[in-house]
Write a protein that binds this ligand. Structure first.
Ligand code: SF4
Ligand code: SF4
Length: 440
């Protein structure tokens, strides 16, 4: 007898049956909005999962449509029936991944298990990219159109932000008030290479608000492997991260990357059957918060900078808004900054098309979804006067920077904690202050 090829999806059968086919989710689905195809809608994808489970459709017929799903969870937010689409998608992807014997899957597993967790290698890659940009080579390559012979490479190169000088955060360092609540700051991979100054801004804001910020030994959180259904790799990475982080005995575990945060909040569930670590994993997820979520828990410390004049708009990262349900907090915090005016962004909670590595794997569809977001940003900029778009996820930051660059929009992209950090500096300071470094 053949073993069930869809064991995880089979376990979620009740969740699948909860769909009443009403179609309310369709207008909330970015892939449906740009393709108009039922198979690229939440309802259509749930139907495909059902037919797959019943053996009426082969995995090859279903996979392309599930691959084109952003896993943005926008459909869950509007579903009147409470269908847990994200869990169903993940279970199906996990089952399908296990049946996939292709070289592409093997390559992705290598990246997830060997490259992303190797922080030294990522730092080296970041330094080489910075050299490529600052030496003038990037300008020359772009002017001569050298990458146009490989359009996908040209697209990926176009996603690169200006790589900042990286100031390393060493494990064991502590910042702020040692008598305050202990916060373990997780620095991640993409965030630390592409947006390292955001970590220093995070430390500065948390320290200004009385927290003792420590940098634990850490590693990759496994979020990208998780989204791809490679759960065994995620479990291994999660176990190591839980053990290392809890060693500093934090009251809070803070992350400033929405995609990583949403995966780490699942660790309790992911490791629940491993009796050796289940309790610790549950504790880890309980204490895991996005930096905006933590800052919104009590009144902010007084600001120092009353000379700011910024009109901003806010794009809600899917993994913060739809998955972690951190919806209003970032805007409530931004609204408290003197001199900062927040103008609305139409459909702020709609995905920008970044979605982990979706923009690398599906550049065309991702670009079409980004175009919709850019139309709304144009309005916020030209009619609302916004010169900055704020978002709390590195993937969204990369994607929006690309959209802004391509459409020559006079806007910049910033993380919400960076705006707060600016408000905690004296108006005279031209460069970010480093928090006072206190040995542990
Ligand atoms: S997923 Fe929810 S909103 Fe979409 S068709 Fe099913 S029940 Fe309706
Ligand atoms: S997760 Fe996003 S892209 Fe996927 S079906 Fe739901 S709304 Fe559409």
């Amino acid at each position: 007898m053949n073993p069930n090829p869809l064991p995880h999806l089979q376990l979620e059968l009740d969740k699948l049956k909860a769909c009443i086919h009403c179609g309310i989710c369709l207008p909330a689905c970015p892939t449906y909005k740009v393709t108009g195809s039922e198979a690229e809608s939440p309802r259509g994808r749930l139907y495909l999962m059902k037919k797959l489970l019943e053996g009426q459709l082969a995995p090859e017929a279903v996979k392309p449509h599930l691959d084109q799903c952003l896993a943005c969870h926008g459909c869950e937010t509007v579903c009147p029936s409470g269908v847990q689409y994200g869990k169903l998608l993940l279970s199906t992807r996990e089952d399908m991944a296990q049946q996939d014997t292709s070289g592409l899957r093997a390559f992705k597993r290598l990246i997830f298990s060997q490259v992303l967790p190797n922080h030294g290698l990522l730092v080296l890659g970041g330094q080489l990219l910075r050299l490529y940009q600052r030496s003038g080579l990037q300008k020359m390559v772009r002017q001569l159109g050298l990458l146009n012979i490989a359009p996908s490479l040209a697209h990926q190169e176009g996603l690169l932000p200006e790589i900042p000088a990286r100031k390393a955060l060493r494990a064991g360092a502590g910042f702020g008030d040692p008598t305050g609540e202990t916060v373990a700051l997780l620095t991640g991979c993409v965030m630390d290479i592409f947006y390292n100054p955001v970590h220093w801004d995070t430390i500065e804001v948390l320290a200004a608000n009385g927290y003792w910020v420590v940098i634990p030994e850490q590693g990759c959180c496994g979020a990208l492997a998780h989204h791809a259904g490679e759960t065994d790799i995620t479990r291994q990475l999660a176990e190591a991260l839980v053990e290392k982080t809890l060693k500093v005995n934090p009251q809070w575990i803070v992350v400033n990357s929405a995609g990583c945060g949403s995966s780490m909040k699942e660790y309790g569930h992911l490791l629940a059957t491993n009796s050796l670590i289940a309790e610790k994993a549950a504790l880890f997820s309980e204490r895991l918060v996005d930096v905006m979520e933590l800052l919104a828990k009590k009144p902010l410390a007084p600001f120092k900078n009353y000379a700011m004049h910024e009109t901003v708009t806010y794009h809600a990262a899917c993994h913060l808004y739809h998955v972690q349900k951190v919806k209003q907090e970032p805007m409530q915090l931004l609204a408290q900054i003197p001199g900062v005016t927040l103008v609305p962004l139409t459909q702020m909670e709609a995905c920008c098309g970044s979605a982990g590595i979706f923009n690398v794997e599906h550049p065309e569809l991702s670009g079409e979804i980004l175009d919709v977001k850019m139309e709304h940003l144009q309005t916020a900029c030209h009619q609302g006067g916004a010169s900055t778009v704020i978002t709390g996820n590195p993937g969204c930051m990369l994607q929006l920077e690309k959209g802004i660059q391509d459409s020559h929009l006079p806007m910049q992209v910033r993380h919400p904690v960076s705006i707060l950090a600016q408000a905690y500096r004296s108006p005279q300071s031209t460069t970010p202050l480093n928090p006072k470094r206190t040995p542990q």
